[in-house]
Design a binder for this molecule. Sequence first.
Ligand SMILES: *Cc1c(COP(=O)(O)O)cnc(C)c1O
Length: 434
Amino acid sequence: MKLFSTNDKNNTVSLRHAVLNAFPPDGGLYMPCELPQLYTGFFREIKNLHFTEIAFRVCEKLLSGAIPDEIMWSIIQSSFDFPIKSTRLDTSLCVQELYHGPSLAFKDFGARFMAHLMSYYLKDNDEKRTVLVATSGDTGGAAAAGFYDVPNIELIILYPSGKVSALQEKQLCCWGNNIHTIEIEGSFDDCQRLVKEAFLDKQLCRSYTFSSANSINIARLIPQSFYYFEAYKNAGIEEDLSICVPSGNFGNITAGLMAYKMGLPVKHFIAATNSNNTFTSYYKSGVYQAQAPVETISNAMDVGDPSNYPRLMFLLGSTWNKVKEIMRSWSHNDKDTRNAIKEVWDKYNYLLDPHSAVAYLSAREYHKTHKAKVCIVSTAHPCKFQNTIESCTGISPEIPPRLASQISQFIKPAKIQPSFESFRDLLLDRTRST
Ligand SMILES: *Cc1c(COP(=O)(O)O)cnc(C)c1O
């Protein structure tokens, strides 16, 4: 398997290189050179396949021998040792719950697969890596759960002070060992900027070999493509299916488009956004204009300039027409999102977290003009947003015991101003004291 940079098609690298280095020096993003079609029988057989078998067959095709079969199989089995549940709300709407992993968010799929893959590549040469991750809430928790105790890797998480939920903060600060957490007195974009600058800083790079766990790493996108095939399996293959994805950095929906390119029959991919509607505006106008992020109750989607936009555009031949053909997009404010949480509870006795509720609203919009069945990709467990859910429904969703015991310890994070000097000093101090 070869990957190229979206800024330079002639710059190709191996999977190992793309996974360990996260992004190319030319500022582009790595993409597979080829997204091969799955064999014809695959979509007939799929209903008899377990999710891990689906994942394996997609890997076989996509990675084309980059990893030995038995290692691939063991990475898949240890990464996806939790269920995917599919719940039908009515005849035209179902919810695929991707949040039954250790951090209770869909990001476990990407984080665990990436951690196992990196560890495999590093063990080979007894190399070490420091993985930097900026998080608006869920990425960091999933990365911590994925990388905890993984040999040869140390994880440093940056999160914006006061901008993640109380539970998310506990999930970021409960680890110790090879996981380190830093609270940044700024925004998520500040956290992302500090990570970017660290990668480019010569002094830091003498003490550290960095890698990134943000959705710019292709090792997170590859496993996210697997559950789109699972959605197709669970929907029953006779009818048209559209998939609705609550989107922020657009990694999740880009992974869906990768599955589509490999032959997955999907009518439309619906990108649901909150008030951070850069993509929705682009979809309507054909003009892409990055915006400053605004805070919402679906905070993992508070992104003003989605980092996977170049990948998405590449997959769709870089034309607005193609985007209009295969995608749909709507944006929804907090007030409507709260009403949606209440409506779904009243109507279906079902709890949606705020991100999935944004997707529910888009699915409703879609059904005003389209007939296809819609599968909502549900990205987080409602208990991660207890206060919001309780204020909308009067119900306080319980935290599963597994998570409750995980977050019982709180390790106070380092806290710094959002300046690169503070961040660099902190990292350099660590190397002096150890
Ligand atoms: C990260 C996240 C999203 C957005 O996913 P992208 O891949 O960034 O578009 C949506 N919902 C939840 C709960 C998330 O954690």
